[in-house]
Structure formats: C-alpha cells, structure tokens
Design a protein around this ligand. Sequence first.
Ligand code: TNX
Length: 504
Amino acid sequence: MVMVASVLASGCGSSSAPPSLIPWPAAASIGGGDRVGITKTSRIEVSPGAPALQRMGADLAALLRPALDATLEVHESTNAATAGVIRLEIDKTVEGDEAYALNVATNGISIAGRTPAGVFYGLQTLRQLLPSWIELRGVRPREVTLPQAHITDAPRFAWRGAMLDVARHFFSPPELKRYIDLLAMYKFNHLHLHLSDDQGWRIEISSWPNLTAHGSKTSVGGGPGGFYTKQDYADIIAYAGDRFITIVPEIDMPSHINAALSSYPELNCNGVAPAPYTGIDVGFSSFCVDKDITYKFIDDVFRELAEMTPGPYLHIGGDEVKTLTQAQYNAFIERVQPIVEQHGKIVIGWDEVIHAKLLPKTVVQYWRPDASIKPAAHTKLILSPANKIYLDMKYDNAAVLGLNWAGNVDVGVPYGWDPATLLPGVETDAILGVEAPIWSETVTKISDLEFLAFPRIAEVAEVAWSPQSARTWANFRPRLAAQAPRWSALGINAYWSPKIDWVR
Ligand code: TNX
C-alpha cells in the first residue's frame, strides 16, 4: 500500500489536503503528477447493455452537475478511457464480486468491476477523491480536479451491515432513504430493519390487518408510531437495491412481541389482549408457545414477508426472553426455523438462538460483549458486539442521546476493534461480517440518528471493509477529520467529537 501524501495543489479549486478515503482501499497509490480535471466537455461512457451502469453514470452526472453547471451525457461504448472520459466498465478479469479497479490519470478516468456492485464501490471512492464541496447542492461553477490515483480494492468482509430499530420509534420512508444514501457512501451492503417490538408493529401484513390497524399506532413515550405499506417496503427495497444494499427484515420473537399480542387476543395464552406498551423494558412479553395459532400466525407473517423480500434472509429475533423456560425457548426456535426455510429464506437469529438446535444454514448475530455463548464451529456469524459497535450507546457520560447498558462507546472504540478477536477459537471464515445496530429507544428523528451514527459509522465502515493490516488509528484520525466538510455539505448532524481535529 502506497500513499503519496503530498497532493499537488495546482489550479483554483484544488485542495491541498491529502485524500481522505474511508474505508481505506486494499491497495492505493494516490497523488503525484498533474491533477486531473473534469469539465463541461468531459464524457461519461459505460459498458453496453448494463442498465445499472447507465444509472450510476446518470448519478455521477447529477453529482457533478452543480459544480460544472452542466449535465454530462452518458453513452455506451466499448472503447478504453481517453482524456476527458470517465469510464464505468464491467470487466470479468477483476477478481471478487465486490472488487474494483479505479484509475484516475491525465489520459482518462476509469472504474472497472466484475459486477455492477464493484463499479458502484469504485464510484464511491471516486466521489471521495473529488473536492468536498462537490457535495453541495445548487449551482456554483468551479473547476473540478482530483488527484491521480491507482486503486485496486475489495472488502475484507462480505457482510457490512447497519441495523435500524424502526419499532421503538418509527422512521418514515424518506428518512430511511436518507440513511441508505449515507450508508452507501461508505460501502455498506446490508440494512437490517427491526420491524416489530413491544412498542410497535411496522410492516403491513394483509392476512393479519390489525397488526398495523392497531399495533402500529404506538411508540416509546406514546408517540404516534407508523408503518410501511407493502408499496412503501417495495419502494425502500428498490431504492436500497440501486445502492447495492440488501434489506434484511426482522420480526422479533418469541419475546419483544407485545404489539402483536395487543392486536390479537387469540395469540395470548389467556385470550386477553394486553394494552399497548410505550416503555423501554425488555423481555416481559412472549408468544403463547403452546398454541397452534401462534405458528399459523408466524407462517402467515413469514410467508408474506418472504414474498415481499428479494434478499435471502429473514431475521427471527430470539433475544432477551424472560418468561419462557429454556426448553420452551429451544423448542420454539426449532419449530420456527423450518417455517422460514419453507418460504425459501435463510434464518438469522440473535445469539441466544445458539442454545437451540440450529439448522445448518441459520446465521447467528452475536451481540453480547463477551464470548459467553459459544457458537458451533461451522455456524456463520454476523458480529455486533454491543460494547464496540452498538451505535445507540452514549459517546460519554455527558451525552444526552443514547443508552449505556454496555458502557459508553466513544469515538475510537469501534475503530479499535478487530472482528477476528471477538470469539476465540472461531475461524475467521465463519465470520460473514459486522453489523452496527442503532436501537431507537432514545432516537426520535433522523437528526438524532445521524448524531449517533456519525462519526462512528465511518469507523465501522473501515472495520468492515479494509484489511486489518492497513488500519491504524493514527492514520485514520486525519482521514476522519477530513470528512467534516463533506458531512457539513450533506447537512449531516454529526457529533463533532473533541477527540478529532475536524477540518473546517
Ligand atoms: C438490547 S441486543 C436489545 C434491544 C434493545 C437494546 C438497546 C438485543 C438483541 N436486544 O431490545 O433495544 O439492547 O441497546
């Protein structure tokens, strides 16, 4: 890995700061020689017959439009890049489904990927090589230049996830799209939606309409709640899909289920629907695990969810059950897994499911800080240790937003974590990747969400993408600091931690 730190400051509008790429690429040589200009007469060319590349080309043109005061055209071509061309290309010789090669040179700019996803990640890197003011909306013509660069890159982990709890507080489709946009910039590829909990049910299920007619109307603190119609959900999936983000829906059970129990008395052992719940306790509610109707309900819900969800996974929750015996819990998890698989999907469960007999494909999401539950050797894992990457934990004792049951997670804590070290004895190839949850007990609006996510989500992005050998805090810190003008231009309500010398 070579990084030429001095970038030539030639011409107006060029920046003298070193390029602040996050996540840092697997191999990069940046800077040296003349900066490369993009002008009104530049052209975007894409491999023929690839609609995803056309779309990405149009998105790049839209990004450049305010600065150029012109919309670059996107053309199909089989020619190699030449001066004045930005080329997006499918190249089967690039190794790795999410890998890309990015070249910025005076004789042309090119991004090659084996798949459209690879090209997309190359484009996110290109975006960060552009001056930060490129992110401003509204026409302000300026000379656009970027440093020469030769980058070949591929992710460390296949699963680079974020989770959002839309149950404790609801987030509207436009708010979700905003978060998806921000995640995509940092090469995340999964967004897990925690769609139900005690305080609210957030997804339309046609066969059990009271889930939304009644169960969606509450949230923590008694706010109005909300839910996604099937159309909203399809729209969110398509929006995420265009950004190579897979939506992973979770219906949490057998506990965290008061919203459903409150909507249908017959799901309760005593046949009486409990009142809606707006507090923040956990573990008190449970499905009636001995009633057949419970499994009819689960089958209906996962059938509809499977029909709505193109991604391969359905998350069944399984966490924090306080009112069942271990035997009841295990039997429940063992009965629910095949229901999900019958609908063609792979089960994910929070780490408590390890106590039950798991189907070979079932994926475990490990959330506890310690290694106190041991997964079987072959079990695939998503790592979300609460004391490292729960982004709903407070930054410090003075913080107002967030919880602190797993301790504070200050800036630098996510970065300092190497996923390979969490579970001694677990093979690294059992680790699908990492996922940073934001539980929303204290989070009521998108600006709160942004405050908890930024800057820590950028740390998680690099933990998930970059080779461990390339990662040091000393190297990351100035790159993080240099994100500030970009985040400001994007209107992100970041936490400007005093630990970072933010570039202003
Ligand atoms: C634990 S970790 C939970 C959630 C809470 C969260 C708050 C896990 C699987 N469950 O129910 O919202 O802590 O940080």
